[in-house]
Design a protein around this ligand. Structure first.
Ligand SMILES: CC(=O)N[C@H]1[C@@H](OP(=O)(O)OP(=O)(O)OC[C@H]2O[C@@H](n3ccc(=O)[nH]c3=O)[C@H](O)[C@@H]2O)O[C@H](CO)[C@@H](O)[C@@H]1O
Ligand SMILES: C=C(OP(=O)(O)O)C(=O)O
Length: 419
């Protein structure tokens, strides 16, 4: 197991960082390769652990996956060897459930291990299942697996009980090959859902209402190959901007998607940062101690839960106090005790955290229990006095591509060492 050793107080971050492709767009889009026998060519794929897990999962099913290991993938699902996604891969990456919709739609059958919960919450998938049942699938849960069968899915009118990103993606991928029209109401509008929809359209799918909470999908007989560039990662970008703001630095992000980040950029402006954007770049200049900002996580276009931990870290050293409410996941404050060990002053009451800004954090050995909690501890370490050791960084490697190299290039001092 590896850990990161961060020498804090290295001064302001200063320079340019290239943003990688979005993990949360790449994972469903790789699974969309199952919808056609032709080749789906993807560029700007981030090279991170969840992507290699998806590659293994698809290859295990018999999909041909070619990659240059520098962000380009070609996926060809001509014939499959098995329609089963096994527990040992699904348990390391919940997004594996996204093979269910496309496999069922194209091959009439799919057996996927139930992902179960994870550190941030119980994360059930009953909305995915409810939607597929409405489309005519017979579904049973056996030995921890979802077994789905449907000779041919048929279009249905589905109103989801809550906004679910993965549920919307799975049902959209099922509906594109169903017979007739599917209407998905209360659909997720996250930019990554939109990116998947654009890729499906490039493959020949007929989808209206992209980017809204009502998707109208007219099933087609078959999809074809296409070429698609994965959108830039708004959460990785947000993480670097928070690091820039906390160190009172000046960072410029290239290959970014500022239009997908309105609320994150607004919040950073509220902290006192000066933000400028072009079509694909963002610059942040911070000349003062940040002001505390209140945050409430909600589905897009409101503040994303995947940026809550990083923004809380910024609030730990801000001028003033902030109220932060997490409404998406029931257990997404696991960074709090670790940040408090670094000298932060955070109290949690239910799904709300009160963060009172302190002058300085101090370096400590901390342990990361989920992906964004890990990222928040790395950026806390940059602003802290002394050395911080972030242990168990395999969570971090699930979702960030070379985070230490990217931060070191703009003035951080982070070393990866074996535990
Ligand atoms: C790979 C990927 O894209 N992951 C993202 C995706 O996760 P994921 O797609 O798993 O998250 P969802 O949007 O589905 O979950 C939102 C909430 O709905 C609940 N729920 C969901 C489905 C369901 O059938 N029943 C149910 O109760 C979940 O437990 C959670 O409380 O969206 C989350 C919310 O933006 C992000 O934090 C994750 O980074
Ligand atoms: C929660 C996240 O990912 P996943 O849904 O893959 O666990 C995340 O990206 O912050």
């Amino acid at each position: 197991m590896e850990k990161l050793v961060i020498q804090g107080g290295n001064g302001p971050l200063n320079g340019e960082i290239r943003v990688s492709g979005a993990k949360n767009a790449a994972l469903p889009i790789l699974c969309a390769g199952l919808l056609t026998a032709d080749t789906l060519k993807l560029t700007n794929v981030p090279m991170l652990r969840d992507v290699s897990t998806t590659q293994k999962l698809l290859q295990g099913m018999g999909v041909r996956v070619m990659t240059d290991n520098v962000h380009e993938f070609e996926i060809t699902a001509a014939n499959l060897d098995t329609l089963v996604a096994p527990y040992d891969l699904v348990k390391t990456m919940r997004a594996s459930i996204l093979v269910l919709g496309p496999t069922l739609a194209r091959f009439g059958e799919a057996t996927v291990s139930l992902p179960g919960g994870c550190a941030i919450g119980s994360r059930p998938v009953e909305q995915h299942i409810k939607g597929m049942v409405a489309m005519g699938a017979e579904i049973s849960i056996e030995h921890g697996y979802v077994k789905a069968r449907a000779k041919k899915l048929r279009g249905a009118h589905i109103v989801m009980d809550m906004v679910t990103v993965g549920g919307t993606e799975n049902l959209m991928m099922a509906a594109v090959l169903a017979e007739g029209t599917t209407i998905l109401e209360n659909a997720a509008r996250e930019p990554e859902v939109v990116d998947l929809a654009h890729c499906l359209v490039a493959m020949g799918a007929k989808i209206q209402g992209i980017g809204s909470d009502k998707l109208i999908i007219e099933g087609v007989e078959r999809l074809h190959g296409a070429e698609h560039a994965i959108m830039p990662d708004r959460i990785e970008a947000g993480t670097f901007l928070v690091a820039g703001a906390m160190t009172q630095g000046h960072v410029v992000l290239r290959n970014a998607a500022p239009r997908s980040m309105d609320v994150i950029l607004d919040k950073l402006t509220e902290t006192g940062a000066v933000i400028e954007c072009g079509d694909d770049w963002i610059s942040l200049d911070m000349k003062r101690r940040p002001k505390a900002v209140n945050v409430r996580t909600l589905p897009h276009p409101a503040f994303p839960t995947d940026m809550q931990a990083q923004m809380m870290t910024l609030n730990t050293i801000a001028d003033g106090a902030a109220v932060m409410t997490e409404t998406i996941f029931e257990n997404r404050f696991m960074h709090v005790p670790e940040l408090n060990r670094m000298g932060a002053n955070i109290e949690v009451e239910g799904n709300t955290a009160i963060v009172k800004g302190v002058e300085k954090l101090s370096g400590a050995t901390v342990m990361a229990t989920d992906l964004r909690a890990s990222a928040s501890l790395v950026i806390a370490g940059l602003a802290a006095e002394g050395e911080t050791i972030v242990d168990r960084i395999y969570h971090l490697d699930r979702g960030y591509e070379h985070i230490e190299a990217k931060l070191n290039a703009v003035g951080a001092n982070i070393t990866r060492v074996a535990s």
